[in-house]
Design a protein around this ligand. Structure first.
Ligand code: CA
Length: 220
């Protein structure tokens, strides 16, 4: 899952980025509204954490511009404490949820997980395909109850496929969602990761759809 953090306070931006990276997300960061707007408008993020008070372009205007342009990724707004007008404006502009400052990082993470689940129509954090289970809260993967150790890249790839179970996911889509913007985007690496995941799981739930990408399917 690839996220964008738009927050001008450098300490807060760093804290958020660190917590999200530790939680297994890929994170891009912006420190003002213009930069944030540009990234959100051009890169395919799974969710955005957006501060309201930003230099160059405020968070509300950034969000309105995204929504006008048809960008529908879930957005979690960071609002000043007790500023109810911020919250109303935020929701009117198309925010999906908000957290008031000062906040606990755990709360941001929990709300973000809820947004990401809602965005793909899931009400829970556990995913299942055949004997494979993935718990996005704990980052644990098991096959018939036995834990499987995946690297963070492998885990993200499998988690993305689990989130989008039921449809074909192209290599390009995986590359765009699994790596930050500076990563060398070679779709051959995806094939290598998929190969490793198949080997580690020991069951073939990742089907290659020739010319299109990958799709999960429970073995017969
Ligand atoms: Ca701010």
């Amino acid at each position: 899952m690839r996220l964008l953090v738009v927050e001008d306070d450098p300490d807060l931006n760093r804290q958020l980025t660190t917590a999200l990276t530790d939680a297994g997300y890929v994170v891009d960061r912006a420190f003002d509204g213009e930069e944030g707007h540009h990234l959100g408008d051009t890169e395919p993020y799974d969710a955005v954490i957006l501060d309201i008070g930003l230099p160059k372009m405020d968070g509300i205007s950034v969000l309105e511009a995204w929504r006008r342009n048809g960008r529908i990724m879930p957005v979690l707004m960071l609002t000043a404490r007790d500023r109810w007008s911020d919250k109303v404006q935020g929701f009117d502009a198309g925010a999906d949820d908000y957290v008031a400052k000062p906040f606990h990082l755990e709360e941001v993470l929990a709300r973000l997980r809820a947004l990401l689940r809602r965005a793909v129509g899931h009400a829970k954090s556990e995913f299942e395909c055949g004997p494979v289970r993935l718990d996005s809260r704990t980052g644990r993967v098991t096959v018939t109850g036995n834990p499987v150790k995946l690297t963070s890249h492998e885990y993200r790839l499998l988690a993305y496929l689990m989130h989008h179970n039921g449809r074909v996911v192209s290599r390009t889509e995986l590359v765009e969602h699994l790596y930050d913007q500076d990563f060398d985007r070679d779709s051959n690496t995806i094939e290598v990761f998929v190969g490793r995941i198949r080997k580690k799981l020991g069951v073939d739930i990742i089907q290659t759809v020739r010319g299109l990408g990958y799709m999960l399917a429970a073995p017969d």
